[in-house]
Every structure is written in structure tokens, then in C-alpha cells.
Design a protein. Structure first.
Lengths: 215, 196
């Protein structure tokens, strides 16, 4: 009787082990497949896609970037900017904020553009195809009583960004690759104009530490 | 000489009993042998599975280590995937929006002041304006009569609240209704396939 109980226990243990073994095999297959998939990706292509996406659809609130773009586009199209009204809110969201980090976010910016209507029209056209990603929500055209072809256009933009995801998927998770539609979306990014921010030279500020010595 | 066997009857009685005993003994022996064989087999399988489990664990650990070396690639793919979903949605809404903004500048003649140009989704554009003279207003109406707005066919235009104010300007409100998204609408000219 004792022997039978032992035998039965052993059979059930074997069955449990068999099940575990199957799931481990599956897991190993998934990991191997994932590794092979990841190895097949070209690092330079991915790097380029990430860079372009970050320029057009940034992870941080692109306040300086949009102002830089507006300025340079205004110079390029020979129009003048004015009455820039920006309400970016908090520049950095804290970890424990209620908003989910990986959700689409935006902020609004309103301004006036003055110049010839054809040039303003070109400015608006270029703006819609420039980084960071934006959408014109409201538009108004004002006339200059002195010159008929000079106008002032008021615009309200919605500028989009999306913070980085807070957590990465675990190693066991299967790789979710981009589908053809998403690849197609990414190819559209190259059509966007991007104006890099000019960084100021590193200048020492405040009092100089005269005792600081290079070791 | 006549043999007298006092046990013959007993022997006769004992023989089937012995046969049964032998059968039972043999059966028990076979059963014990099968049981032992199964026991050994089970033990073997169990031992094999334990060893295989350990081997698989080692392989999984080694594969995970390998995957750690390509985490940067995985992170980039995850980043792209995560953002592209929303990007696609924005592109879908902005693509037509862009052509509508461009269309607005195309229909706008000189001498028109516009306030609150807005695109209400789907396919409804509205604005309020002031024309400095009747010719400017007339030109705007003629432009709208062409039936195209930013590459989209116009379904209807509603001009409201036109009045001549004290500054001798014409104030008005315009609402343009475009054909809805991917919808074929029967018109007197035939079927118009809208890109909107």
C-alpha cells in the first residue's frame, strides 16, 4: 500500500515535471526566436528611425524646439512673429504624477505672423510639415488698412509630445515588431523639416574656484 | 499385493488447490515484475525529466544572458512601437487638416479679415469674417462656389449673419460642410469620391 502511494506520487510528480519541461522548452524557443529576431535588426536603421521620431515627436515637452522652429521658419519665409503666448505648464513631470507617462500629451501656443499673405501661407504650410509635430487649432486673418497685401495671421497651435514609457517589457515577453502600416508611418517622418537647437558655448558662471586644480 | 493409499483422496483434493496456489504465485510474481519494471521506468522518466529541467534552466539562463546583450535594440523597437501607435493617429487627423488650412488660404481673396477659423471634425470648417468692400465678399463667394476646399469637395456652404456695419464693412459667418470621410455621395454630377 505504501509502495503504491509512493508510486502514484512519483507518477504525478513526473507528470508535473513533464508539463514544466514543455513550458520551459516553449520559453527557450521564444527566447531563441526573440534573440534571432533582434540580431536581424540593423542597428543604424533603428538608430535613424529613433532619432527622426524623437525630433518630430519628442519625449520631452518641446517648448524651446517649437520656438526655435517658429523663429527660423519666420526668417526663411520673410515674415515677422509677434504676440507669442505660451502656456507650457510644468516642464518636467514628476514620477508620481497622476498622468500616465506613456500617453499622448500636448500644449498650446498662440502667436501672430505678419507679412504678405502669400508668404504667411507658405509659412503656415511649412510649419505644418516641421518638427515638433503640431496642429493648427485656430486661425485668424487680420488686414492692414495701409497695405492690402499685408496681413497679420493669428494662429493657435497644439504641439504634441509623448513621454518615454516608464517600464520595459520583460525578457520573456515576445518581441512586438513594427507592422507594415507603422513602418509606413515612420517613413513619413523624413518629410518633416527639423531645425536643430543651437547650443550655447559652455561658459563658467558665478565665482571661479581659484583653489580648484586639475589632478 | 494390493496397494492401499490413504492419502489419494486428499491428494486429489489438494491438487487443484496447489494448482491455484501456483497460479496465484506465478501471477503475483509477474505482477511484481511488471510493477518493478513500471517503478523503474517511472523512476527513470522522473530522473530524466529532472535532468532535462536542469539543462533547460541552464539554457534559458544562457539565452537570457545573450538577450541582455541586445537589450538596446529591443528598447529602441519598444520605443518605436509605443510611439508609432499615437503618431499614426495624429497623422490621420492632421493629414486632411493640413490640406484644409492650405485650402483656406487659397479661397481667401484680398480685403477679407477672418476670425476664429476652426476645423470641426469631421469635415466642418467655420469662420467669421469682415470684407472691406462688396467685391472682396463677392470674390470669396465665387471662390467657394467652385466646390473645392483644400482638395475636398464641398457638400454645402452656409453663409450667415451678413450685415453692413457702421464702418461700411460687410460682416459675415461662413460654415463649409465637406463630404464625410471615405463616403460616396450621390450628386447631380454623379458619384463624388471624397478623400476626406
Amino acid at each position: 500500500m505504501l509502495s503504491l502511494t509512493f508510486f502514484r506520487q512519483m507518477v504525478s510528480n513526473s507528470l508535473i515535471l513533464l508539463g514544466e519541461s514543455q513550458s520551459k522548452k516553449q520559453k527557450l524557443d521564444n527566447l531563441t526566436r526573440k534573440f534571432n529576431q533582434l540580431q536581424n535588426f540593423k542597428a543604424d536603421v533603428l538608430e535613424k528611425q529613433v532619432r527622426e521620431l524623437e525630433q518630430v515627436f519628442p519625449s520631452k515637452k518641446p517648448v524651446l524646439e517649437i520656438i526655435n522652429t517658429l523663429n527660423l521658419l519666420a526668417i526663411e519665409n520673410q515674415v515677422s512673429l509677434g504676440a507669442v503666448n505660451l502656456n507650457p505648464g510644468k516642464l518636467e513631470e514628476k514620477e508620481n504624477m497622476a498622468t500616465s507617462a506613456s500617453e499622448l500629451q500636448n500644449f498650446k501656443l498662440s502667436f501672430m505672423v505678419n507679412g504678405e499673405i502669400e508668404k504667411i501661407s507658405q509659412f503656415v504650410k511649412d510649419l505644418q510639415q516641421s518638427a515638433p509635430l503640431n496642429k493648427i487649432k485656430e486661425l485668424g486673418v487680420g488686414l492692414n488698412p495701409q497695405a492690402k497685401n499685408i496681413s497679420s495671421v493669428s494662429l493657435m497651435l497644439e504641439v504634441y509630445f509623448q513621454p518615454l514609457p516608464k517600464a520595459l517589457p520583460s525578457l520573456e515577453m515576445p518581441l512586438s515588431v513594427l507592422n507594415a502600416e507603422e513602418e509606413e508611418t515612420l517613413t513619413q517622418l523624413s518629410a518633416f523639416k527639423f531645425f536643430p537647437l543651437k547650443t550655447l558655448p559652455n561658459v563658467t558662471t558665478g565665482k571661479e574656484d581659484i583653489f580648484k586644480r586639475e589632478l | 499385493m494390493k496397494q492401499i493409499n490413504f492419502l489419494s483422496v486428499r491428494h486429489q483434493l489438494a491438487r487443484p488447490r496447489r494448482k491455484r496456489f501456483l497460479f496465484k504465485q506465478r501471477f503475483s510474481f509477474i505482477l511484481a515484475a511488471i510493477y518493478s519494471l513500471l517503478f523503474l521506468l517511472n523512476f527513470g522518466v522522473y530522473f530524466f525529466l529532472v535532468q532535462q529541467g536542469k539543462k533547460l534552466d541552464e539554457e534559458i539562463a544562457s539565452q537570457k544572458q545573450k538577450l541582455e546583450t541586445v537589450t538596446a535594440t529591443e528598447t529602441k523597437i519598444f520605443y518605436l512601437k509605443n510611439k508609432t501607435r499615437n503618431l499614426k493617429q495624429i497623422f490621420l487627423t492632421t493629414q486632411n487638416h493640413k490640406s484644409l488650412i492650405e485650402g483656406f488660404f487659397n479661397i481667401l481673396p484680398a480685403g477679407i479679415e477672418v476670425n476664429n477659423f476652426t476645423v470641426a471634425d469631421p469635415g466642418e470648417v467655420s469662420f467669421q469674417g469682415t470684407a472691406i468692400d462688396f467685391n472682396s465678399l463677392n470674390q470669396l463667394l465665387l471662390n467657394l462656389k467652385k466646390g473645392q476646399f483644400g482638395g475636398n469637395p464641398i457638400y454645402a456652404v452656409e453663409i450667415g449673419r451678413v450685415f453692413w456695419n457702421q464702418e461700411k464693412n460687410y460682416s459675415f459667418e461662413v460654415k463649409i460642410f465637406l463630404y464625410p470621410l471615405s463616403k460616396s455621395v450621390e450628386t447631380d454630377k454623379g458619384v463624388v469620391e471624397s478623400e476626406y
